[in-house]
Ligand binder design. Structure first.
Ligand code: AOF
Ligand code: ZN
Length: 339
Protein backbone atom coordinates (compact mmCIF):
# COMPACT_ATOMS: atom_id res chain seq x y z
CA UNK A 1 0.00 0.00 0.00
CA UNK A 2 2.06 3.01 -1.18
CA UNK A 3 -0.28 5.46 0.57
CA UNK A 4 0.21 3.67 3.87
CA UNK A 5 3.90 4.06 4.82
CA UNK A 6 3.33 2.59 8.31
CA UNK A 7 1.60 -0.51 6.92
CA UNK A 8 4.35 -0.99 4.32
CA UNK A 9 7.06 -0.62 6.98
CA UNK A 10 5.37 -3.17 9.21
CA UNK A 11 4.95 -5.69 6.39
CA UNK A 12 8.60 -5.24 5.41
CA UNK A 13 9.71 -5.57 9.03
CA UNK A 14 7.68 -8.79 9.33
CA UNK A 15 9.55 -10.21 6.33
CA UNK A 16 12.79 -9.34 8.16
CA UNK A 17 11.47 -11.00 11.30
CA UNK A 18 10.66 -14.15 9.28
CA UNK A 19 14.18 -14.07 7.79
CA UNK A 20 15.65 -13.61 11.25
CA UNK A 21 13.69 -16.64 12.49
CA UNK A 22 15.43 -18.91 9.96
CA UNK A 23 18.53 -18.78 12.18
CA UNK A 24 16.47 -20.34 15.00
CA UNK A 25 15.60 -23.42 12.96
CA UNK A 26 16.03 -26.14 14.06
CA UNK A 27 18.03 -25.12 17.15
CA UNK A 28 14.89 -23.94 18.96
CA UNK A 29 13.09 -27.31 18.66
CA UNK A 30 10.77 -28.32 20.26
CA UNK A 31 10.07 -24.60 20.76
CA UNK A 32 8.92 -22.51 17.79
CA UNK A 33 11.59 -20.70 15.76
CA UNK A 34 10.38 -17.12 16.22
CA UNK A 35 11.89 -13.90 14.84
CA UNK A 36 11.51 -10.36 16.23
CA UNK A 37 12.45 -6.90 14.98
CA UNK A 38 12.26 -3.61 16.92
CA UNK A 39 11.62 -0.38 15.00
CA UNK A 40 12.38 3.11 16.32
CA UNK A 41 9.65 5.74 15.74
CA UNK A 42 11.46 6.83 12.54
CA UNK A 43 11.31 3.26 11.22
CA UNK A 44 14.97 2.35 11.68
CA UNK A 45 15.71 -1.11 13.04
CA UNK A 46 17.12 -0.97 16.55
CA UNK A 47 17.02 -4.66 17.43
CA UNK A 48 16.64 -8.12 15.95
CA UNK A 49 16.46 -11.49 17.62
CA UNK A 50 15.49 -15.11 17.21
CA UNK A 51 14.55 -17.89 19.64
CA UNK A 52 17.54 -19.51 21.32
CA UNK A 53 17.78 -23.26 22.08
CA UNK A 54 15.33 -24.57 24.76
CA UNK A 55 15.80 -22.85 28.08
CA UNK A 56 17.41 -19.86 26.37
CA UNK A 57 15.83 -16.46 25.69
CA UNK A 58 12.92 -16.05 23.31
CA UNK A 59 13.16 -13.90 20.16
CA UNK A 60 11.76 -10.73 21.76
CA UNK A 61 14.30 -10.85 24.61
CA UNK A 62 17.19 -11.14 22.13
CA UNK A 63 15.86 -8.14 20.16
CA UNK A 64 15.38 -6.10 23.36
CA UNK A 65 18.95 -6.87 24.44
CA UNK A 66 20.28 -5.67 21.10
CA UNK A 67 18.19 -2.48 21.24
CA UNK A 68 19.12 -1.57 24.82
CA UNK A 69 17.80 1.90 25.69
CA UNK A 70 16.52 2.34 22.11
CA UNK A 71 13.72 -0.14 22.92
CA UNK A 72 11.84 2.64 24.75
CA UNK A 73 9.08 3.95 22.46
CA UNK A 74 9.84 1.35 19.79
CA UNK A 75 7.49 -0.94 17.86
CA UNK A 76 7.97 -4.71 18.06
CA UNK A 77 7.29 -6.86 14.99
CA UNK A 78 7.21 -10.57 15.90
CA UNK A 79 6.29 -13.70 13.93
CA UNK A 80 4.36 -15.18 16.90
CA UNK A 81 2.25 -13.53 19.60
CA UNK A 82 4.56 -12.73 22.56
CA UNK A 83 4.20 -15.34 25.28
CA UNK A 84 2.45 -14.54 28.54
CA UNK A 85 3.75 -17.38 30.68
CA UNK A 86 6.72 -18.24 32.81
CA UNK A 87 7.90 -21.52 31.34
CA UNK A 88 11.60 -22.14 31.01
CA UNK A 89 11.90 -18.35 30.58
CA UNK A 90 9.83 -15.35 31.73
CA UNK A 91 6.90 -13.84 29.83
CA UNK A 92 7.94 -11.85 26.74
CA UNK A 93 4.81 -9.66 26.98
CA UNK A 94 6.00 -8.34 30.36
CA UNK A 95 9.56 -7.85 29.09
CA UNK A 96 8.29 -5.76 26.15
CA UNK A 97 6.18 -3.72 28.53
CA UNK A 98 9.06 -3.19 30.97
CA UNK A 99 11.31 -2.05 28.12
CA UNK A 100 8.79 0.62 27.09
CA UNK A 101 7.70 -0.86 23.75
CA UNK A 102 4.55 1.01 22.70
CA UNK A 103 3.21 -1.13 19.83
CA UNK A 104 3.37 -4.82 18.95
CA UNK A 105 2.57 -6.28 15.53
CA UNK A 106 2.57 -10.06 15.30
CA UNK A 107 1.80 -12.58 12.58
CA UNK A 108 0.30 -15.65 14.26
CA UNK A 109 -1.58 -15.96 17.52
CA UNK A 110 0.10 -18.44 19.87
CA UNK A 111 -2.00 -21.66 19.64
CA UNK A 112 -0.30 -23.03 22.78
CA UNK A 113 -2.85 -22.36 25.57
CA UNK A 114 -0.08 -22.37 28.19
CA UNK A 115 1.74 -19.45 26.56
CA UNK A 116 -1.09 -17.53 24.82
CA UNK A 117 -2.61 -14.31 26.10
CA UNK A 118 0.33 -11.98 25.54
CA UNK A 119 -1.64 -9.84 23.10
CA UNK A 120 -4.46 -9.25 25.61
CA UNK A 121 -2.05 -8.59 28.46
CA UNK A 122 -0.19 -5.98 26.41
CA UNK A 123 -3.45 -4.35 25.29
CA UNK A 124 -4.67 -4.18 28.86
CA UNK A 125 -1.47 -2.31 29.70
CA UNK A 126 -2.13 0.26 26.96
CA UNK A 127 0.10 -1.09 24.20
CA UNK A 128 -1.23 -1.06 20.62
CA UNK A 129 -1.37 -4.71 19.51
CA UNK A 130 -2.23 -5.88 16.00
CA UNK A 131 -2.15 -9.56 15.00
CA UNK A 132 -2.50 -11.22 11.63
CA UNK A 133 0.37 -9.38 9.89
CA UNK A 134 1.79 -11.38 6.90
CA UNK A 135 0.16 -14.46 8.33
CA UNK A 136 0.49 -16.66 5.23
CA UNK A 137 4.22 -15.97 4.86
CA UNK A 138 4.82 -16.59 8.55
CA UNK A 139 2.81 -19.84 8.55
CA UNK A 140 4.70 -21.13 5.50
CA UNK A 141 8.08 -20.09 6.94
CA UNK A 142 10.16 -21.60 9.74
CA UNK A 143 7.10 -21.84 12.05
CA UNK A 144 5.43 -24.37 9.73
CA UNK A 145 6.66 -27.46 11.56
CA UNK A 146 5.81 -26.16 15.03
CA UNK A 147 2.31 -25.07 13.94
CA UNK A 148 1.84 -28.50 12.42
CA UNK A 149 2.84 -30.21 15.67
CA UNK A 150 0.49 -27.95 17.67
CA UNK A 151 -2.42 -28.99 15.41
CA UNK A 152 -1.61 -32.61 14.67
CA UNK A 153 0.66 -33.76 17.49
CA UNK A 154 3.41 -34.89 15.14
CA UNK A 155 6.14 -33.24 13.06
CA UNK A 156 5.69 -31.94 9.54
CA UNK A 157 6.82 -34.75 7.23
CA UNK A 158 8.54 -34.18 3.90
CA UNK A 159 9.20 -37.21 1.70
CA UNK A 160 12.08 -36.87 -0.73
CA UNK A 161 12.71 -38.88 -3.86
CA UNK A 162 15.32 -38.32 -6.56
CA UNK A 163 14.54 -40.26 -9.70
CA UNK A 164 15.10 -40.71 -13.41
CA UNK A 165 12.29 -39.56 -15.72
CA UNK A 166 10.97 -43.13 -15.54
CA UNK A 167 10.69 -42.76 -11.77
CA UNK A 168 13.58 -45.03 -10.82
CA UNK A 169 16.13 -44.64 -8.02
CA UNK A 170 18.46 -47.53 -8.85
CA UNK A 171 19.44 -49.77 -11.75
CA UNK A 172 18.74 -53.54 -11.62
CA UNK A 173 22.26 -54.16 -10.24
CA UNK A 174 21.61 -51.74 -7.36
CA UNK A 175 23.84 -48.89 -8.60
CA UNK A 176 22.23 -45.58 -7.65
CA UNK A 177 24.92 -42.88 -7.37
CA UNK A 178 24.39 -40.36 -8.77
CA UNK A 179 21.10 -39.78 -10.54
CA UNK A 180 20.68 -36.06 -9.78
CA UNK A 181 23.41 -33.45 -10.25
CA UNK A 182 25.56 -31.33 -7.97
CA UNK A 183 23.05 -28.49 -7.54
CA UNK A 184 20.28 -30.81 -6.41
CA UNK A 185 22.63 -32.46 -3.95
CA UNK A 186 23.77 -29.08 -2.63
CA UNK A 187 20.15 -28.07 -1.97
CA UNK A 188 19.57 -31.37 -0.18
CA UNK A 189 22.54 -30.74 2.13
CA UNK A 190 21.38 -27.21 2.93
CA UNK A 191 17.96 -28.63 3.75
CA UNK A 192 19.43 -31.31 6.02
CA UNK A 193 20.91 -28.57 8.21
CA UNK A 194 17.36 -27.25 8.81
CA UNK A 195 15.81 -30.60 9.74
CA UNK A 196 15.29 -32.19 13.11
CA UNK A 197 15.57 -35.70 11.74
CA UNK A 198 16.14 -37.70 8.60
CA UNK A 199 14.50 -41.11 8.31
CA UNK A 200 15.68 -44.11 6.31
CA UNK A 201 15.07 -47.85 6.45
CA UNK A 202 17.56 -50.50 7.54
CA UNK A 203 17.55 -51.64 3.89
CA UNK A 204 18.99 -48.30 2.76
CA UNK A 205 21.70 -48.45 5.46
CA UNK A 206 22.65 -51.99 4.39
CA UNK A 207 22.50 -51.32 0.64
CA UNK A 208 23.90 -47.78 0.33
CA UNK A 209 25.65 -47.12 3.67
CA UNK A 210 24.76 -43.40 3.57
CA UNK A 211 26.31 -40.90 6.04
CA UNK A 212 23.06 -38.82 6.19
CA UNK A 213 25.02 -35.79 7.44
CA UNK A 214 24.58 -32.19 6.29
CA UNK A 215 27.80 -31.22 4.53
CA UNK A 216 29.30 -28.27 2.69
CA UNK A 217 30.62 -28.67 -0.88
CA UNK A 218 34.11 -29.36 0.47
CA UNK A 219 32.76 -32.25 2.55
CA UNK A 220 32.95 -30.42 5.89
CA UNK A 221 30.05 -30.91 8.27
CA UNK A 222 27.53 -28.05 8.54
CA UNK A 223 26.95 -26.58 11.98
CA UNK A 224 23.67 -28.43 12.59
CA UNK A 225 23.17 -32.14 11.96
CA UNK A 226 19.74 -33.79 11.91
CA UNK A 227 19.20 -36.89 14.04
CA UNK A 228 19.67 -39.96 11.87
CA UNK A 229 16.72 -42.28 12.31
CA UNK A 230 16.90 -45.82 11.01
CA UNK A 231 13.64 -47.80 11.05
CA UNK A 232 13.28 -51.55 10.68
CA UNK A 233 13.93 -54.79 12.51
CA UNK A 234 17.38 -55.63 11.17
CA UNK A 235 20.47 -54.51 13.12
CA UNK A 236 22.45 -51.49 12.03
CA UNK A 237 25.96 -52.86 11.30
CA UNK A 238 28.56 -51.63 13.80
CA UNK A 239 30.66 -50.20 10.98
CA UNK A 240 27.78 -48.41 9.17
CA UNK A 241 28.54 -44.75 8.46
CA UNK A 242 25.46 -43.66 10.45
CA UNK A 243 27.24 -44.91 13.60
CA UNK A 244 30.22 -42.57 13.16
CA UNK A 245 29.05 -40.13 15.86
CA UNK A 246 28.87 -37.12 13.52
CA UNK A 247 25.15 -36.84 14.35
CA UNK A 248 22.80 -38.56 16.81
CA UNK A 249 21.49 -41.95 15.72
CA UNK A 250 18.18 -43.49 16.70
CA UNK A 251 17.21 -47.01 15.65
CA UNK A 252 13.44 -47.59 15.81
CA UNK A 253 12.74 -51.31 15.56
CA UNK A 254 9.44 -51.01 13.75
CA UNK A 255 8.03 -50.87 10.24
CA UNK A 256 5.20 -48.60 11.35
CA UNK A 257 5.73 -44.91 10.41
CA UNK A 258 3.52 -43.85 13.35
CA UNK A 259 5.94 -45.56 15.79
CA UNK A 260 8.83 -43.66 14.25
CA UNK A 261 7.11 -40.28 14.52
CA UNK A 262 6.03 -41.06 18.08
CA UNK A 263 9.69 -41.70 18.96
CA UNK A 264 10.60 -38.21 17.66
CA UNK A 265 8.64 -36.23 20.22
CA UNK A 266 10.83 -33.12 20.03
CA UNK A 267 10.98 -32.96 16.22
CA UNK A 268 9.14 -30.27 14.25
CA UNK A 269 10.29 -31.11 10.70
CA UNK A 270 11.51 -34.48 9.47
CA UNK A 271 12.54 -35.83 6.09
CA UNK A 272 11.78 -39.35 4.89
CA UNK A 273 14.60 -40.27 2.54
CA UNK A 274 13.96 -43.85 1.59
CA UNK A 275 14.12 -46.41 0.36
CA UNK A 276 11.03 -47.09 -1.76
CA UNK A 277 9.13 -49.15 0.80
CA UNK A 278 9.75 -46.65 3.63
CA UNK A 279 8.49 -43.74 1.52
CA UNK A 280 5.57 -45.95 0.44
CA UNK A 281 4.75 -46.86 4.05
CA UNK A 282 4.60 -43.21 5.11
CA UNK A 283 2.40 -42.39 2.11
CA UNK A 284 0.10 -45.37 2.71
CA UNK A 285 -0.26 -44.30 6.36
CA UNK A 286 -1.26 -40.77 5.30
CA UNK A 287 1.79 -39.40 7.11
CA UNK A 288 3.38 -37.38 4.29
CA UNK A 289 2.59 -33.66 4.25
CA UNK A 290 4.82 -32.71 1.35
CA UNK A 291 6.75 -34.51 -1.38
CA UNK A 292 9.93 -33.16 -2.88
CA UNK A 293 10.52 -35.00 -6.13
CA UNK A 294 13.84 -34.35 -7.84
CA UNK A 295 13.68 -35.40 -11.47
CA UNK A 296 16.89 -35.94 -13.43
CA UNK A 297 17.07 -35.94 -17.26
CA UNK A 298 18.08 -39.59 -17.19
CA UNK A 299 16.38 -42.64 -18.66
CA UNK A 300 17.04 -46.01 -17.05
CA UNK A 301 14.29 -48.20 -18.47
CA UNK A 302 14.75 -50.84 -15.80
CA UNK A 303 15.40 -50.96 -12.09
CA UNK A 304 13.92 -49.92 -8.77
CA UNK A 305 11.04 -47.44 -8.66
CA UNK A 306 11.26 -44.58 -6.14
CA UNK A 307 8.09 -45.41 -4.22
CA UNK A 308 6.65 -48.82 -3.48
CA UNK A 309 3.13 -49.31 -2.08
CA UNK A 310 2.29 -53.01 -2.52
CA UNK A 311 -1.40 -52.60 -1.64
CA UNK A 312 -2.20 -50.40 -4.64
CA UNK A 313 -4.05 -52.21 -7.42
CA UNK A 314 -6.00 -49.62 -9.42
CA UNK A 315 -5.75 -45.97 -10.43
CA UNK A 316 -8.42 -45.06 -7.90
CA UNK A 317 -5.87 -46.04 -5.21
CA UNK A 318 -3.49 -43.31 -6.39
CA UNK A 319 -2.53 -40.67 -3.86
CA UNK A 320 -2.96 -37.25 -5.50
CA UNK A 321 -0.99 -34.20 -4.43
CA UNK A 322 -1.07 -30.64 -5.69
CA UNK A 323 1.87 -28.83 -7.20
CA UNK A 324 3.10 -25.95 -5.04
CA UNK A 325 6.39 -25.05 -6.76
CA UNK A 326 8.82 -26.03 -9.48
CA UNK A 327 12.53 -25.26 -9.07
CA UNK A 328 15.24 -25.77 -11.67
CA UNK A 329 18.54 -27.04 -10.23
CA UNK A 330 21.10 -27.30 -13.03
CA UNK A 331 19.73 -29.99 -15.36
CA UNK A 332 17.33 -31.33 -12.73
CA UNK A 333 13.91 -30.11 -11.70
CA UNK A 334 12.41 -30.21 -8.24
CA UNK A 335 8.66 -30.61 -7.94
CA UNK A 336 7.25 -29.59 -4.60
CA UNK A 337 3.92 -31.24 -3.92
CA UNK A 338 1.62 -30.77 -0.98
CA UNK A 339 -1.45 -32.54 0.39
C1 AOF B 1 7.60 -16.07 22.34
N1 AOF B 1 8.79 -15.90 21.70
O1 AOF B 1 10.63 -16.68 20.70
C2 AOF B 1 9.01 -18.23 21.44
C3 AOF B 1 7.73 -18.41 22.06
O2 AOF B 1 9.47 -23.30 27.48
P1 AOF B 1 9.49 -21.85 27.15
O3 AOF B 1 9.39 -20.94 28.31
O4 AOF B 1 10.68 -21.48 26.28
O5 AOF B 1 8.16 -21.52 26.31
C4 AOF B 1 7.89 -22.16 25.11
C5 AOF B 1 6.55 -21.68 24.58
O6 AOF B 1 6.58 -20.26 24.38
C6 AOF B 1 6.22 -22.27 23.22
O7 AOF B 1 5.47 -23.47 23.30
C7 AOF B 1 5.42 -21.17 22.56
O8 AOF B 1 4.07 -21.18 22.95
C8 AOF B 1 6.09 -19.93 23.09
N2 AOF B 1 7.22 -19.64 22.23
N3 AOF B 1 7.07 -17.30 22.46
O9 AOF B 1 7.02 -15.10 22.82
C9 AOF B 1 9.52 -16.91 21.25
N4 AOF B 1 9.76 -19.30 21.01
ZN1 ZN C 1 8.34 -15.55 25.04
Amino acid sequence: MPDDPIGTDIARAMQLAIDESRSAQPGSSPNPPVGAVLLAPDGTIVGRGHTQPPGGPHAEIMALREAGAAARGSTAVVTLEPCNHTGRTGPCAQALLDAGVTAVYHALDDPNPAAAGGADALRAAGVTVVGGIEVAAAAAGPLRGWLHRQRHGRPFVTAKIATTIDGRVAAPDGTSQWITGAQARRRAHRQRARLDAIIVGTGTVLADNPALTARHDNGELRSHQPTRVVMGMRDVPADARVTDGAAPLEHVRSHDPADVLAALDDALWVLVEGGPSIVGAFLAAGLVDEIEAYLAPVVLGAGVSGIDIPTVTTLADADRFSLTAVETLGDDVLLRLSR
